[in-house]
Write a protein that binds this ligand. Structure first.
Ligand SMILES: [Zn+2]
Length: 492
């Protein structure tokens, strides 16, 4: 949409003339064409670094635009090109914009287009201040998730795009967000429900001229079929034993029994009386969170417990749990010390790995191309070692992949038939990237936030995809993951 918009306002015709118009000035002068009857227009696109080069790629694919990327060492040259009006579309990141705001403001932009505009959701954040002080009268924001937590975020993004449209923050809270949010509580009275609905209709009317909602339904005739499957994987005997051992720790007992009446007969609940903290002084709240994470790790792969990149607090918990739990599994501890690889790639340590092996064998025979997502880089390490050992030609994309490399990896994956798997980190990996070469998406570990998983699936299921897409979500049976999955379904 953005590219077709730019093509229209820049008078692109999709013919040779576009190429000729893009020739260097001195060549144009020798051809008698008085090419520039239109005044020069320059557009600025601000995007996260992870997709910056993707924008460049798509612009080059779909039209003949004079594009400058304001990032990296050639930045100054590009800046002066833009100032001389030799560029039609400038691409930059939020960070560069913040650092060189004055320079950006010395250019007269025809419009600024901000990708992932939900980053402008917090009125106090630096990023919001920067975007608001960028001088440009036409502001276009693109986002797939304008509402992540509450309606204030919507206000903030809209107030950047069309200042004043929704009134002040206080006004918006009183007139719109409070009534709507109150009406959505499950304890809402009929009156609150009605007021909430009315406010919602009013808000929709106010935004109608400024807010375009585009859902997949609009392009459904251009998209192939999508099958979405849950694959419930049984824990292996080893995993079950570790999982059980975690459940039997004193800490988990403390959490599980927090709501029971206290043993001192005070009539209060245990968590508000004699059992507020464990033997190390840690609160039930922090324990609950840590142990959920620990159980989640075990559900995916027991080796994840021996982690080194957890936060400090969790690290302490995990270390203690490991010592406690793994003391009953000396073989595993010894093995993982001796040769990490054999241990962790052995399917007897993870039910999901067992299932995954079978799936991958099947897809390889079928010549399917697989995007394999995981949240944890440690898990990606395990999966990578598995791919190496099985002689698979694979690629990997995570938070450490350089932005210039991302496009290359995507292009290779999409075009080279022998590469049949790409490992991608759910969080840092694929945002905005175009993996239409893949027709299978496997989500190794589901997340609390359904938007993350959908983002992942949309890497492959998008315009340009010609094959039916199969999605597999691996869930460990009878674990916290099943509960998480139910929450996801509820949220969606
Ligand atoms: Zn008590």
């Amino acid at each position: 949409k953005v590219i077709s918009f730019l093509a229209a306002v820049l008078h692109k015709k999709g013919t040779r003339e576009d190429i000729e118009n893009n020739m260097p000035e001195f060549l144009l002068r020798t051809m008698k064409k008085g090419s520039d009857c239109n005044p020069k227009k320059t557009f600025l696109i601000v995007a996260p670094l992870s997709v910056l080069y993707n924008w460049k790629d798509e612009l080059d694919t779909w039209g003949y635009f004079k594009v400058s990327v304001l990032h990296g060492s050639k930045k100054d040259d590009d800046m002066s090109r833009i100032k001389q009006g030799k560029c039609e579309v400038a691409l930059t990141t939020y960070e560069i914009l913040r650092l060189y705001l004055d320079e950006f403001n010395s250019i007269e932009w025809s419009a600024v287009i901000v990708d992932e505009a939900h980053r402008i959701k917090n009125p106090k954040a630096q990023i919001t201040q920067t975007m608001k002080s960028l001088r440009c009268s036409v502001r276009i924001g693109l986002t797939g998730t304008i509402l992540q937590n509450n309606m204030k975020e919507l206000w903030c993004v809209m107030d950047w795009a069309v200042p004043g449209l929704l009134g002040s923050r206080v006004h918006f809270k009183k007139k719109f967000s409070d009534p709507v949010e109150h009406g959505q509580r499950h304890t809402a009275t009929k009156r609150e429900l009605a007021t909430g609905r009315k406010a919602m209709v009013k808000l929709a009317r106010k935004m109608a001229g400024w807010f375009l909602r585009r859902t997949k339904a609009l392009i459904s005739d251009q998209l192939p079929k999508k099958e979405d499957r849950m694959v419930f994987c049984s824990l292996t005997e080893f995993q079950k034993a570790v999982y059980q051992a975690v459940l039997e720790t004193d800490d988990v007992t403390l959490v599980l029994r927090a709501g029971e009446p206290c043993s001192c007969n005070s009539g209060r609940k245990r968590k508000n009386c004699c059992y507020k903290v464990n033997a190390h002084g840690e609160t039930i709240k922090s324990l609950r969170f840590s142990y959920l994470m620990i159980l989640q790790k075990v559900a995916n792969h027991a080796a994840l417990l021996q982690t080194d990149n957890a936060s400090k607090l969790q690290e302490a918990h995990i270390k203690r749990v490991c010592n406690q739990v793994f003391s009953s599994f000396p073989d595993f501890v010894q093995l993982s010390k001796d040769a990490a690889f054999e241990t962790i790639s052995d399917p007897k340590y993870s039910g999901k790995m067992k299932v995954l092996q079978q799936l991958l064998n099947h897809f390889r025979k079928n010549k399917d191309k697989v995007l394999l997502f995981s949240f944890s880089t440690k898990l990606l390490d395990v999966l990578e070692q598995y791919c190496m050992a099985s002689g698979l030609d694979y690629r990997r994309l995570d938070g450490n992949t350089k932005s210039e490399d991302r496009i290359r990896i995507v292009r290779e994956f999409n075009s080279i038939q022998e590469i049949n798997i790409c490992l991608v980190s759910t969080m840092a990996g694929g945002l905005g990237l175009n993996f239409v070469g893949a027709n299978v998406v496997i989500l190794f570990d589901p997340t609390w936030n359904p938007a993350n998983d959908l983002q992942a699936i949309d890497r492959a299921y998008r315009i340009g995809q010609h094959r039916a897409v199969k999605v597999f979500r691996l869930i460990s049976l009878g674990t916290v993951e099943e509960m998480m999955y139910l929450r996801q379904v509820y949220k969606q």
